[in-house]
Design a protein around this ligand. Structure first.
Ligand code: B12
Length: 358
């Protein structure tokens, strides 16, 4: 067995010029094999081979869009290099340079063990595809529990490590957001309801999750642009914004131009922003009964905007309040709703033709 710090072995992964050239190119966004061949002047089989290996190592991920497969970095560049280092160290420690790290059932790093035990996702079909309960991989339960513990304990570094692990395993945005983040946040909400935790914990967990979402979204850049624009905002009085941010990130990953207004948007300024931006879709989030009147007023105000007559837009409403009131949609004169991100994206796919190039 070679020494763990053998510079020859490290150089294979870290200083291999072709891989470095490919990674350098992927720093600036997703690319196809042909684009990478053109950019690096490497031979096509070489490029494919390197990409396949780096995909197995969780360094790059692949997304199919129509007939094209796009490759992108699965995490920040610095983390990619660190992961290569970690990977080579593990491989050398196991005596097989270049093979995947062996699963460890115990050890000082529980997250690392989860990652190693997880199967590779070789059927990655798109950046915002939802895996669904049927193909939920076993580690999902462990990931969401570990994520819950991280945000509940205020361990942002641990959460970051876990998010990196999920990204490098090819977990898509909708699965990470819904099955892990939403699940964990709602669990903290349940604890709050039972009096088992306090507002400070809820705020801390929410703040960490918003940062983790930014991390995931950074690696789900759209590979093509659609011609559609959405304006998203929470109704006046509503400080719940995470769900809305998820929808915004999902739309952006599909190539939409998104204008995110955030929490507690006063009705009049929401409406004037719509007038200014001329969106195709307006996405409104309403979490509480107390905001029902504002929601109603906002929709009435939007319907009365000249923009509605000049370029008709669709209004989607959702959030805890909407979900808990059947038949509200028709009553509000809204166009559609959805209980969560995957259903929202399914509705978007059904209503709009996506990925038309500029
Ligand atoms: C986290 C949280 C907070 C955080 C929010 C932080 C943030 N940055 O967003 C903070 C601490 C600020 C907060 C404050 C309050 N909260 Co609070 N909060 C929650 C909690 C635990 C989770 C909400 C959440 O973010 N979930 C994760 C996201 C991803 O899920 P989501 O919001 O449901 O969004 C998904 C879907 O709803 C849907 N969706 C959302 N919007 C839209 C829009 C459209 C168009 C579509 C199609 C779909 C859609 O897609 C999203 C993604 O999958 C819920 C409990 C729960 N189970 O929902 C209570 C909850 C919403 N809060 C509640 C309450 C009462 C409050 C407070 C009054 C007091 C408190 N508990 O601290 C204040 C009120 C603040 C205000 N005026 O808005 C109540 C509301 C009860 C009600 N229906 O009237 C809940 C339900 C808790 C409860 N069971 O009592 N809260």
């Amino acid at each position: 067995m070679r020494n763990k710090f053998d510079p020859d072995v490290l150089s294979i992964a870290l200083a291999e010029p072709s891989r470095r050239a490919l990674l350098e190119n992927l720093r600036f966004g997703p690319k196809t094999v042909s684009e990478l061949v053109q950019a690096t002047q490497l031979k096509q089989p070489n490029v494919s081979n390197h990409l396949a290996k780096m995909r197995l190592q969780g360094i790059v991920r692949a997304e199919r869009m129509g007939r094209q497969v796009y490759y992108s970095l699965s995490m920040p560049f610095a983390d990619v290099l660190m992961r290569m280092h970690e990977y080579v160290s593990n491989s050398v420690a196991n005596g097989v340079a270049g093979s995947p790290p062996a699963a460890e059932s115990s050890g000082s790093h529980p997250i690392a063990a989860d990652v190693q035990a997880a199967p590779m996702n070789n059927d990655h079909r798109g950046s915002v595809e939802h895996s669904g309960p049927d193909d939920a991989r076993p580690p999902l339960m462990e990931w969401r529990n570990t994520y819950f513990q991280s945000i509940f304990g205020g361990k942002e570094d641990q959460a970051t490590h876990l998010v990196n692990a999920m990204l490098s395993q090819g977990l898509d945005m909708a699965t990470i957001y819904t099955e892990v983040f939403q699940w964990a946040i709602n669990r903290i909400g349940d604890l709050f309801q039972q009096g088992a935790t306090d507002e400070a914990h809820e705020h801390m967990a929410s703040a960490i999750t918003e940062r983790m979402m930014a991390r995931v979204a950074q690696f789900h850049n759209p590979v093509t642009r659609s011609q559609y624009r959405a304006v998203l905002g929470s109704v006046a009085g509503n400080w719940h914004v995470m769900g809305l941010r998820m929808l915004a990130d999902g739309l952006r990953a599909l190539g939409w131009d998104t204008v995110f207004l955030g929490a507690n948007v006063p009705t009049a300024s929401f409406a004037s922003m719509v007038q200014l931006m001329r969106p195709d879709l307006i996405v409104i989030s309403c979490a509480m009964e107390d905001q029902a009147l504002e929601l109603r007023e906002l929709i009435a105000c939007l319907r009365a905007q000249p923009a509605q007559a000049e370029k008709p837009f669709v209004i989607a409403v959702g959030g805890q309040y909407v979900m808990s009131h059947a038949n509200l949609l028709a009553d509000l004169h809204a166009d559609f709703s959805a209980p969560d991100l995957p259903h929202f994206l399914a509705e978007i796919r059904a209503r709009y033709t996506l990925h038309s190039k500029n």
